[in-house]
Design a protein around this ligand. Structure first.
Ligand code: SF4
Ligand code: SF4
Length: 291
């Protein structure tokens, strides 16, 4: 079983559009939405949840009022101002760092795990999907991404799928690292703008660091031929394969508004054909049978 992560340096480059179309085109794959902070793949794939799992990724301090001597030390030492003047813990501000429980001389503070999000296993008309949602204000999205990937892997093994298609989160932070470690390839969706080129270089460095084979897709390549050439030249000089060039077409937005993957919404359009060509090249490069 192969794993492919689709990623981008920032949001809005068309990453989810490509992932959703790949999910339609794959014959035997499991999809994992690892953008757990702001998932949007479900808008296009309409998953029906079959299993929900609580995710406990953080801790919350609790003060035992019977034991507490009201010395105020915990409140002074809390760097997150999470303890009020009347010694109540603010669950939104508490980061679960544990300093308060360390300084309390009478062991009045305990830390308990709390539900910081949910992971889901769902069915879509294109196959199984693993996804999740982190509660607002929660951190530790990297751990939740790892859980989504584990769920996708277990599903893929159970279903004898030969590919896991992972929609990574934008950027190069902790959740992105969690979504690329150990995968067979990373497909970076970029656009021909100066910031797009800069983001592409950063993501390529990240993939290089984790020894992940990179592919590049230039989305809306025809909006700036000069910058597209820059990207192609840069990739050529660095031995990176430009696996697809997708033209600008307002039908991409239309498909999103209609909550459908492009290859389904406008299967005969030029843009859909380009995505199909890129899909074929990708599975062929990965040597997996999910065509
Ligand atoms: S440090 Fe312990 S005893 Fe002091 S106020 Fe906080 S909970 Fe109460
Ligand atoms: S666990 Fe950390 S953040 Fe939460 S109340 Fe204690 S010191 Fe403050």
């Amino acid at each position: 079983m192969k794993q492919l992560t689709i990623l981008s340096g920032k949001g809005g480059t068309g990453k989810t559009t490509i992932t959703a179309s790949f999910a339609v085109l794959a014959r035997n794959a499991v999809v994992a939405d690892c953008d757990v902070d702001a998932p949007d793949l479900h808008i296009l794939l309409h998953p029906k949840i079959v299993k929900t799992q609580e995710f406990r990724g953080s801790k919350l301090a609790t003060i035992n009022e019977t034991k507490c001597t009201k010395c105020d030390l915990c409140r002074e030492k809390c760097n997150f101002n999470a303890i009020t003047e009347n010694l109540q813990i603010d669950p939104i501000s508490c980061e679960g760092c544990g300093v308060c429980s360390l300084v309390c001389q009478v062991s009045a503070i305990t830390l308990t795990e709390r539900v910081s999000g949910h992971a889901y296993i769902s069915e879509t008309k294109y196959g199984f999907m693993a996804h999740a949602l982190l509660n607002p204000g929660e951190s530790n999205s990297g751990k939740l991404v790892t859980l989504v990937r584990q769920n996708a892997k277990v599903l893929a093994e159970k279903e004898h799928a030969d590919l896991v298609i992972i929609d990574g989160s934008p950027g190069i932070g902790c959740p992105v690292i969690a979504s690329v470690t150990g995968v067979d390839a990373g497909l970076i969706v970029t656009e021909p703008t100066m910031s797009g080129i800069h983001d592409l270089e950063r993501v390529l460095r990240l993939l290089g660091h984790f020894n992940v084979r990179p592919f590049v897709c230039i989305n809306m390549h025809d909006i700036n031929d000069e910058n597209t050439k820059r990207i192609v030249d840069f990739c050529g000089e660095n031995g990176v394969e430009v696996i697809g060039k997708i033209p600008f077409n307002p039908i991409a937005t239309e498909a999103m508004v209609n909550e459908k993957p492009i290859v389904e919404y406008a299967s005969e359009s030029r843009i859909a054909k380009k995505i199909i060509e890129m899909w074929k090249r990708t599975v062929s490069a990965l040597k997996c049978g999910s065509q």
